[in-house]
Design a protein around this ligand. Sequence first.
Ligand SMILES: [Zn+2]
Length: 53
Amino acid sequence: MRKKVCERCAKDFNTMYRVKYKTPQEWVFLCKLCLLEVKTNNAAYRYGGTWKR
Ligand SMILES: [Zn+2]
């Protein structure tokens, strides 16, 4: 089974969020906590879906 880890905190979670939040934009997986941090006041933020294990 494939494992995904959060791109920011490098931990793995049962539910991950596919987002873009950097420039240049690329899709990464974040946990919910990091998602809430990066989306705040971030014009580059795009949500691409939820991934469940
Ligand atoms: Zn995280």
